[in-house]
Design a protein around this ligand. Sequence first.
Ligand code: GTP
Length: 574
Amino acid sequence: MFFLLFYSLLATSKPLELSTISDELLINEQLNILQDPSANLSFEHALDQYNTGKFTKNANGKASFGFTHDVIWASVLINNSSVKSIKKVLYLDSAWLDSADFYFIRQNEVVEKAFIGDTIPFSARKNPTRMLSQQYTFKTGTTQVLMRFESKDPLLIPLFLSSEEVIQSNLIASSYFYGFLYGAFFILLVYNIALSISLKNSSYIYYSLYLLSFLSFNIAYTGHGFKFIWPSSVLVQQWAMIFFLYCYFIFGIAFCFEFLKLKLFLPKIYNVKKWIYAGLIALAGTLFLSGEQLLITKVAIILTSFLVIIFLSLGFLALKNGHEMVKFFIPAAFMGAGGAAISAVTTWGYIPYNTLLFHSIEVGMLIEMSILALALAFNLKEMDNARIIAEVNAQVDYLTQLYNRRAFTDVTMPQWHLGIREKKNSSLILLDIDFFKKINDDYGHAAGDEVLKGIAFTLKQKIRKSDVLARWGGEEFIIFLPSTNKAAAIKLANVMRKKIEKMLILHDGNSLKITASFGVAESNERSNKLEDLIKLADIALYKAKNSGRNRVCDIQETTEVKAGQEENNIHSLR
Ligand SMILES: Nc1nc2c(ncn2[C@@H]2O[C@H](COP(=O)(O)OP(=O)(O)OP(=O)(O)O)[C@@H](O)[C@H]2O)c(=O)[nH]1
């Protein structure tokens, strides 16, 4: 009987030669597998099944068995042909298996066994490695390792045979990698939280939450959480990963909506945003309440795989609708969500396991994070540009591109005060187009606009760089002339008047002719207020209008000023 069993053991598989493994080897191809749907096969029964040839070769070195309630039994024969015992480590690149039981069998006798997995608190583990691992000293000859794996998450068992030194150096390398990854994420997180608070911009808040969810999810699925944060809580270990995966998906969608400015570029989708969020939260809530961990994980992984499609589709639609920032978003989403999708389908078992594919979410997110950091900085620059444009717009009259009334005062004030200090007189011209209402009434508002633009252009040609020209009101313009006396101002006003008189404005096949009236005033010692000078010019302008239009008038006497003010009062009462 013993010989029969031993024969069947050898016949089932060729042993793995320890001397051929220099540092580390993924041994999934060497495994023989038995999938147990009943999940209640005992060790003795499993060994019996193995010895009677019921285990089959693990096709293509499969590492992921996807979402399954089945228990996977795996066996490998390891031969030490040297005379010395060799210490090795069986290492699983998976931190979320519920059970990983190891039985070391020599000559059909169990010589050592170990039960590791998430159902045991991390603090109670013999080998406190982040991912599951089991040491064993292989004596000369053949040892069978029979293993039992079970999980409520995707059943992923990439199994490495490695030396302790390699595991240690891998741990150091991965500490550097995760130190860098978490450090970079942390800096970006703090930076974005600070930005979202100071700018009150929701896309930074959602990006921070998206980052935080990914960071937490990564800490959970890489085993860092179980090792360092919740070593005695099996419950947190079982639920944290899946909870953060849902957060990653939901905040990913929220970030995408805000970053792509869907309100502006895809309003139809933005308007149903609340329903989308409500639907996702209701779905997550229902699933979590059901307590069906395998189903919850399955849905989360399916959603994560689709995230890249959602991001890219919305990105391209927003780009089509003219959103500039998408040129950053599309490659970023392609790398980040694309990496997440590859990791998800690798975990799911749809593509064969390899370390790079499994960890592509981390690499992808790192690249995505760098591109989006650039994008958000670019966004800041755009906001700054928009602020500058808004400031300029607040100063400039849209139609004539001249300073507006507010800007006129801001720009003139320093020169006005300088003039007072240096005791240099300044002058002011106020001009108003004659019978402008008639142009609007006869030829339409657009024709009136053309006249205003034409006059602005003509006036601009005639002033000095130090003069300040502005649109004062509807059809009124103002010019401040520093260090200029009244005679010079009147001369300039007459040049302008004649030029306007000669102007021909072409509109819709009509040639329009216009004239303007001018009021000129000079500053004097009696007042140091700019508004008083403007009032004087206004009285002079009123005089020009009253004395027949198309002329330049100034104020001669104090009596004229008084009379003018009274008339102005009557005029404004009309
Ligand atoms: N097209 C156009 N018209 C304007 C604009 N701003 C003000 N107006 C018009 O300018 C006209 C000013 O008319 P009034 O104040 O009666 O003056 P007026 O017809 O020029 O007569 P006098 O000043 O007495 O010669 C009104 O019809 C306003 O609607 C503008 O930006 N574009």
